[in-house]
Design a protein around this ligand. Structure first.
Ligand SMILES: [Zn+2]
Length: 419
């Protein structure tokens, strides 16, 4: 939900036209796209600002589920809204000639020509047709191909993919999920963490500086689906997150230290109810991981912060292993409850991979949360009840020390272990 803090704040909008207008390479423009709604369609009408009327009434249009920015410059969602549908004539009125050729006729701009190719500023790339947020600068990389390249979309639902068999090739075409505008193609030769390369046309994108994301506020962001989410952020309201990262005694103890964490419970996730017991899980072939369910108050600590603490207090680079504990039951994992949580976890993992703080690739898995099964009572509060046990002393306490040192500002006033 929350992009890195540098992506917040407010101010003015940098429209596509301002950047694209500088484009060379003979891609003459008929006029700057000043009338393009960066402020996308209100969900009730599908219209953007003063644009021409939509070709199809809202009620008969396909619904999509996307992430958009709210008035605080925060990416929120998923939010349900209708696709934007306009006639070619209406698009021609909104777009420059070159934008129309790329977005509406699946054209490709010449390589090394696009105005956004070398843009290294922090911010967000939106659809030049409808304003939907598509890619963030922290997923942009230098591919050497001559087109702006990204390793992942800003949210999975915001881009649509389809097979493109034109020009005697089989490629994956990438389109804007809201207006179906052609953006470019996706290839599987990208960098970590996704291995994907979204190869895009500058002409299909508009860039907004990180400090001006509030200008991208979508009217739909304040509509009903988000109100429920906001209500959940009210003081006292709680949510749960499920993480795995080796021995659950240790993971549980680490999270109990954090202000905003109401309770951490040791248990099992990834397998069936029939095998959700310690003896079976120890065999390593139940699909379960030793996991911890963290009940937290989003008003006090975010999902992102929880995951950052998790990554800092176990080793997310060792596959199916934490120190001497070896086997898939000790894997590093995030069990996500919904697509929103998955997208947020993906962003934190990408941020961690970029940070250079880890010795090797992060192998933390993102797995849909089927169910969480609390472990046997003797595994609960284990560190608190057995502070001098050998394993606890050698493995758990160093992790607790780490969270106290690295996240001092996020700790409870009094540690549950010291009571
Ligand atoms: Zn679009």
């Amino acid at each position: 939900m929350r992009p890195p803090s540098s992506h917040r704040l407010a101010a003015t909008l940098l429209l596509a036209g301002a950047l694209v207008a500088g484009s060379g390479c003979g891609t003459a423009k008929s006029s700057p796209p000043g009338s393009i709604p960066a402020d996308p369609a209100p969900s009730d009408s599908g219209l953007g600002g003063d644009g021409p009327p939509a070709a199809t009434p809202a009620e008969s249009r396909t619904m999509i589920s996307v992430h958009v920015f709210d008035a605080a410059g925060e990416l929120v969602g998923p939010i349900s809204m209708p696709q934007v549908e306009r006639s070619d004539q209406q698009w021609r009125e909104l777009l420059s000639e070159e934008q129309f050729r790329v977005l509406r006729s699946s054209g490709t701009e010449r390589p090394f020509c696009g105005a956004l190719l070398d843009n290294k500023k922090a911010g967000v790339y939106t659809c030049a047709g409808c304003g939907l947020p598509l890619f963030a600068s922290n997923a942009k990389f230098e591919s050497g191909t001559g087109w702006p390249s990204f390793f992942q979309p800003i949210a999975p639902g915001n881009v649509a993919e389809r097979t493109d068999r034109s020009h005697g090739m089989v490629r994956t075409e990438v389109n804007c999920a809201r207006c179906d505008g052609h953006l470019g193609h996706a290839f599987d030769d990208g960098p970590r963490p996704t291995g994907l390369r979204f190869c895009l046309n500058s002409e299909s994108l508009a860039f907004t500086d990180a400090e001006h994301l509030a200008d991208l506020a979508d009217p739909a962001a304040s509509a009903s689906p988000r109100d429920a989410k906001q209500a959940a952020d009210a003081p006292g309201e709680t949510r749960t997150a499920v993480f795995a990262g080796g021995c659950f005694w240790c993971v549980e103890a680490v999270f109990e230290e954090l202000e905003g964490v109401v309770e951490a419970v040791s248990g099992y996730s990834g397998g069936d109810a029939a095998t959700a017991d310690y003896e079976a899980v120890c065999s390593g072939d139940t699909g379960h991981a030793e996991a911890v369910r963290i009940e937290y108050e989003p008003a006090k600590i975010t999902f992102e912060d929880l995951l950052r603490v998790h990554l800092a207090t176990h080793d997310p680079t060792t596959l199916n292993r934490q120190g001497a504990d070896v086997g898939p039951q000790y894997r590093s994992a995030v069990f996500y409850a919904d697509e929103d949580e998955r997208a947020r976890a993906e962003r934190v993992l990408a941020e961690a991979a970029e940070s250079g703080a880890f010795r090797g690739p992060i192998v933390t898995t993102l797995e849909p949360l089927g169910a969480f099964y609390p472990a046997e009572p003797y595994h609960q509060n284990y560190v608190c009840l057995n502070p001098n046990q050998g394993y606890v002393r050698s493995v758990a306490w160093p992790k607790i020390k780490k969270v106290r040192e690295k996240f001092a500002e996020k700790l409870k006033q009094e540690s549950p272990l010291e009571r």
